[in-house]
Design a protein around this ligand. Structure first.
Ligand code: DGY
Length: 310
């Protein structure tokens, strides 16, 4: 089989050059046209939509979508399955994303970014007048206790933070290992914690998991951290809740309509905003492209994918 990898993502040349050992590599601007003729693998990142329309437009020769990213919400998995296309991901972002979640938690609670903004603007005294909230000894609610949620719990334990979690399944072993307690309902978690961190995947079930009703459960001093996916939160409801003082602050690495960030959030002094950088370390990005390459190599050799999603 002559392998043709087509990507719409702007990837480092060193990586795309290394893929030439698998076959031909083409950079396309969209999901149809001549560049796709004979393509066998579509190489995507989490910023490249592979929804039903795009999958429908792929030639029959495409048999693998290799996603660079652990989340596959950019891909319509049912549409891929229906066309007999396998999907792989790169579940190698756990520790880096947990680092970022912890950093965002500390920044938001202790007002690091805000303090730096004031300092740079020559407003030392104004910055000192605005107090953050203590981190140690607080209660953190982790929504989604998978690899990243558990990696965050390990970090938080070092700050003497009490951990509770909620997810579709109770995880007794992880609970015991990490000293975490299970909340029977998300409502209970929201109402009882000082800090909430979202660490679950985006699926049809988790879309707008945090809506106006859920936000209304938070205590006014609560802080919300999201390093999962933007659409886990109803962003309009979050803005209204922040404006109404239903929560104290938010730290957001992901947004509902990336790369658009609502002006209302940008204007808020109690909100920390970062541009989806959970995996953005040189080491992690290196691990991710190597893992995507390993999945593609397994596919080309006719073997089992390392990380088969569909
Ligand atoms: C992932 O791997 O899904 C990350 O969000 C990409 O940065």
């Amino acid at each position: 089989m002559h392998t043709i990898v087509v990507t719409t993502a702007l990837l480092p040349a060193a990586f795309t050059d290394s893929l030439k050992q698998l076959g031909e590599v083409r950079l396309a601007h969209d999901y149809q046209g001549e560049l796709w003729t004979g393509a066998t693998i579509a190489l995507t990142t989490v910023m490249d939509a592979m929804q039903a329309d795009q999958i429908g437009a792929l030639p029959d020769s495409v048999k693998l979508i290799a996603n660079i990213g652990v989340g596959t919400d950019n891909i319509d998995l049912d549409a891929a399955k229906a066309r007999g296309i396998q999907v792989s991901n790169t579940p190698v972002v756990t520790e880096d994303t947990a680092d970022l979640a912890m950093a965002l938690l500390l920044d938001t609670c202790r007002r690091l970014s805000a303090g730096e903004r004031y300092l740079r603007a020559g407003q030392w005294l104004q910055a000192q007048g605005k107090l953050g909230s203590r981190v140690h000894g607080k209660k953190l609610g982790i929504v989604g206790f998978g690899d990243i949620g558990q990696a965050l719990a390990r970090r938080a334990a070092g700050f003497n933070i009490q951990i509770v979690y909620w997810g579709p399944r109770r995880k007794p072993e992880a609970e015991q290992a990490l000293g975490a307690s299970y909340c029977e309902t998300l409502e209970e978690l929201m109402a009882s914690v000082d800090i909430v961190s979202l660490n679950c995947p985006l699926t049809a079930d988790t879309h707008h998991l945090i809506d106006a009703a859920m936000l209304a459960k938070l205590q006014p001093h609560a802080v919300l951290i999201n390093t999962g996916r933007g659409p886990l939160i109803d962003e309009t409801a979050l803005i209204a809740a922040l404006q109404a003082g239903q929560l104290a602050a938010a730290g957001l690495d992901v947004f509902e309509h990336e790369p658009t960030v609502p002006e209302a959030l940008i204007a808020m002094d109690n909100v920390v905003l970062t541009p989806h950088i959970g995996s953005a370390t040189a080491e992690c990005r290196g691990d991710m492209v190597r893992r995507a390459a390993a999945n593609m190599a397994a596919f080309v050799q006719g073997g089992e994918l390392l990380d088969r999603v569909v």
